[in-house]
Design a protein around this ligand. Structure first.
Ligand SMILES: Cc1ncc(COP(=O)(O)O)c(C=O)c1O
Length: 438
């Protein structure tokens, strides 16, 4: 089910009061839900033989207030860019709390990752980066590589082709993975980890078990061929959430149980087992955010539309991915539920004002016939929502709010303004902004 009953019960009765102070549109995130999910995740994986740590994927919701919550739950951060690294450090993350998994990485990024604030766990996307890191100074003690699984499989029971596109740009091809560690060892590394991320929004936990088994398989090869005992394996993110009411939720318990079985087997055979790291974004914050919009126009073309204040600057997924769906709820303008049978249920799309046909939060969903002034709630916007928003037509991203467990609502990010967008056009008078070629 999309938005939880608890979140709904905490939010809907307060909407009228919230809207008086913070007029829609806005994203609102639910702190107790985020904390609860993090605790459930950690509990599922806590067992004697193996350490577990979640490195929240900052790209999913890069907000200092959210990162404070995540940090206070003893989690680390997965960062993929300099801004994400800076946010993690600003949140107080220590070097061992940050995994830096970039791709097509620049020298500037490597320098910031390695040299600022004590560094971080550097996760290299290719064997060719070893020389580039060496050129920057002493090679890091601890190094990790992102694996491109190609078309191989851990135990033959799962075809990794269904999980990792062989044409994808990410990671060290599996044929080169042992060589990558050999070269990193020669460069001076003494501690090692291994990472991969091969599926996204996966509701079938067995794909993630196969990923884990594949990583243990590589761990065994590294032990046998190079004598390397990996300190951790990181299965990436990719745990799915049920965006549609009928979707079966990801079976976290079964996932954890099967990982534990494999970990115990590995431990019994080899006398150690690498820690398990995960870097979920969607699973942790996705269901704990919603986008609150007002219906500002109600129109019919060849199909029915609810014209909303904002769509793609707040949520790209529906316009961008043909299969993406976000459940939506229409409420009376003061936030009351629409009485059953009081309005016809119609097929309607929720559109924003951008000059792109895909500026939608809902494509032909079934809803009580919306009216101008109604509230239009889009569920599951807590991950890969505001962070992906864009500014075509000079449209601005909405404000973001946080609802805590005591019923307080705090603005954690103000709305973007025309001045924010225009700032880059200003102050360009100096000589450094011109070259005379004629
Ligand atoms: C390297 C990496 N790790 C973690 C994530 C988080 O994925 P999700 O939010 O689907 O769990 C992503 C998402 O793109 C990613 O690229």
């Amino acid at each position: 089910m999309p938005m939880s009953q608890e979140f709904m019960q905490a939010l809907f009765p307060k909407l009228a009061a919230i809207n008086k102070k913070f007029a829609p549109p806005y994203h609102i995130y639910y702190e107790p839900g985020i904390r609860d999910t993090l605790r459930t995740l950690k509990n599922a994986f806590s067992f004697r033989q193996m350490d577990f740590k979640e490195f929240y994927a900052v790209k999913a919701l890069p907000k200092p207030a959210i990162m404070d919550i995540i940090k206070s739950e003893d989690c680390g951060f997965d960062c993929s860019s300099i801004p994400e690294l800076r946010l993690a450090r600003y949140a107080g993350a220590r070097p061992e709390d940050i995994m830096f998994t970039s791709n097509d990485t620049s020298e500037e990024e490597l320098i910031e990752a390695l040299r600022s604030c004590g560094g971080c766990i550097l996760n290299l996307d290719g064997i060719e980066y070893i020389k580039k890191v060496q050129a920057l100074g002493p090679f890091p003690n601890l190094i990790s590589f992102r694996l491109h699984p190609g078309v191989s499989s851990a135990d033959g029971s799962k075809d990794m082709r269904s999980m990792a596109d062989p044409d994808s740009k990410y990671g060290v091809p599996i044929e080169l993975i042992v060589e990558a560690y050999r070269q990193a060892y020669q460069a001076g590394a003494t501690r090692f980890g291994l990472h991969t991320m091969v599926c996204s929004n996966n509701l079938d936990y067995t794909n993630l078990v196969a990923t884990y088994k594949l990583l243990l398989d590589i761990a065994k090869r590294l032990l046998d061929e190079l004598g390397i005992e990996l300190e951790f394996v990181n299965v990436g993110g990719g745990l799915g959430i049920p965006y549609r009411p009928g979707d079966t939720p990801f079976d976290l318990e079964a996932f954890a149980t099967e990982c534990k079985e494999s970990a115990v087997q590995f431990f019994e055979l080899n006398g150690f087992v690498p820690s398990l790291f995960m870097e979920s974004g969607r699973f942790v914050t996705g269901p704990h955010g919603v986008l609150v919009n007002r219906v500002i126009n109600r129109y019919r073309k060849y199909i029915e539309f609810a014209g909303l204040q904002v769509a793609m600057p707040a949520l790209m997924r529906v316009g961008m991915y043909s299969k993406a769906y976000h459940h939506c709820t229409v409420l009376e303008q003061d936030g009351f539920l629409i009485g059953e049978g009081s309005r016809p249920i119609i097929e309607v799309s929720g559109a924003g004002p951008i000059c792109e046909g895909c500026d939608l939060v809902l494509k032909k969903g079934m809803l009580p016939d919306p009216r101008e002034g109604d509230l239009f709630i889009t569920h599951d916007t807590g991950a890969h929502g505001s962070a992906m928003g864009f500014n075509y037509n000079g449209r601005c991203r909405p404000q973001e709010l946080l609802l805590d467990g005591l019923g307080n609502v705090r603005r954690i990010c103000r709305a973007e303004t025309y001045d924010d967008l225009n700032a880059r056009h200003l102050g360009l008078e100096g000589d450094e902004h011109i070259i005379h070629l004629g």
